[in-house]
Ligand binder design. Structure first.
Ligand SMILES: Cc1ncc(COP(=O)(O)O)c(C=O)c1O
Length: 364
């Protein structure tokens, strides 16, 4: 079996976890939590990092702390993992879905410009650009539009640790950016998230809210309704060890991306995701487009190669079917029907890459 995107535990993970176990620092406090927060913030070029249970709750925490709530609307791409839209809903706000650019597969700003006179967009409070697959869309356009319209920008950078836009790391452009350390991400803590920001007060408040808004640990005083969204020291220890390996992992991901592009270029009607020149992506998970998606998925499955179609568009999910969806051509539908992700684990071997390419080519 060739898996899709496995963790790669190959550094100091055992040593750091053992240190937690040996010293009894296994829970929500401990040196690895702050070290992990500092390492992720430093990588993103931000002043502060707030570790949390996972990326989904990181998005919720950031939105909640930034005052997004009932009655607000939040722009979200129609092609994303459901977590982005779910987190908006946790705050009581509702997501407005924006169709994507069929070249980059990122939220299309042009649609908002063209459709803003036909749609009531007055209640929009925030935008959540998602850096889908570690690529980045028209981020500067979105940031300008947000500034002109006084909107909060929270980046869903769950997939983009190691990706840069105009030489600046993703996650550092909005008021807050959220990284995921789920098992399939470029590095992992098993499950985890870090919110990055340059805003000291926001960082302090998010940390406070993530620890049940506890004012004084000795007296059980709490000053508002908080959450238990902390990341435990054992998992942060894994995160520190994985952060030490990140640059190496990005290099391997770029190699995998280059390999697939070279060997699948010109095969049948295969097309690749376009990466704008201002983006230096982490190449997290190789995904391509073909009208033979179903046949390719079937062939890969027969050879025990794990592949996945792209996410079902948000407007097609039952809980979001009545939400506003800004679109002209519904490119999301086509991208969902035609795109598939293929094995991209850091640990993938040359023989495995060759086998994947051979099976894909065999379909055309
Ligand atoms: C785009 C996107 N947003 C949010 C998340 C949620 O992150 P987590 O799984 O850590 O909750 C993920 C990944 O899982 C994701 O890919």
């Amino acid at each position: 079996m060739i898996p899709l995107s496995l963790p790669h535990i190959s550094g100091n993970e055992w040593q750091y976890v053992k240190e937690c176990l040996d010293t009894n620092w296994v829970s929500s406090a401990g040196k690895f939590v702050s070290q992990f927060e500092e390492m992720v913030a430093a990588k993103a070029g931000c002043k502060y990092g707030v570790a949390c249970t996972n990326g989904t709750l990181g998005l919720h925490l950031a939105m909640h702390a930034l005052g997004i709530g009932k009655g607000d609307q939040v722009l979200v791409p129609n092609i994303t993992f459901a977590a982005t839209a779910n987190a908006v809903c946790y705050t009581g706000a509702s997501p407005i879905f924006v169709d994507i650019d069929p070249r980059t597969w990122q939220m299309d700003l042009g649609l908002v410009h063209r459709l803003s006179h036909t749609q009531a967009l007055d209640a929009i409070k925030a935008i959540v650009p998602v850096h889908v697959l570690g690529n980045v869309g028209d981020l500067s356009g979105w940031l300008n539009w947000a500034r002109e319209n006084d909107l909060v920008v929270i980046e869903d950078a769950a997939e983009s640790l190691g990706s840069y836009y105009r030489d600046q790391h993703t996650g550092s452009f909005g008021r807050a950016g959220v990284f995921s350390f789920n098992g399939n991400k470029i590095i992992t803590t098993g499950g985890g998230g870090v919110i990055v920001t340059d805003d000291e007060e926001l960082a302090r408040r998010m940390k406070h809210l993530s620890t049940q808004a506890k004012v004084n640990p000795e007296t059980y005083d709490h000053d508002e309704i908080g959450f238990n969204y902390r990341l435990v020291n054992i998992l942060a220890a894994v995160g520190v060890a994985q952060m030490e390996l990140l640059d190496q992992f990005v290099e391997k991901k770029k190699y995998i991306d280059g390999y697939y592009r070279q060997h699948l270029q010109g095969v049948g009607d295969i097309r690749f995701q376009e990466v704008p020149p201002e983006v230096n992506p982490n190449c997290w998970l190789f995904t391509f487009r073909t009208s033979k998606q179903e046949a390719v998925l079937k062939a890969l499955k027969e050879h025990q190669i794990i592949a996945r179609p792209f996410w079902r568009p948000m407007n097609q999910l039952p809980m979001f079917k009545n939400n506003v969806y800004l679109t002209e051509e519904d490119y999301s539908r086509v991208i969902h029907e035609e795109c598939l992700s293929i094995p991209s684990s850091v640990g993938i071997s040359e023989e495995e890459l060759e086998k994947v390419v051979k099976v894909v080519k065999g379909v055309f």
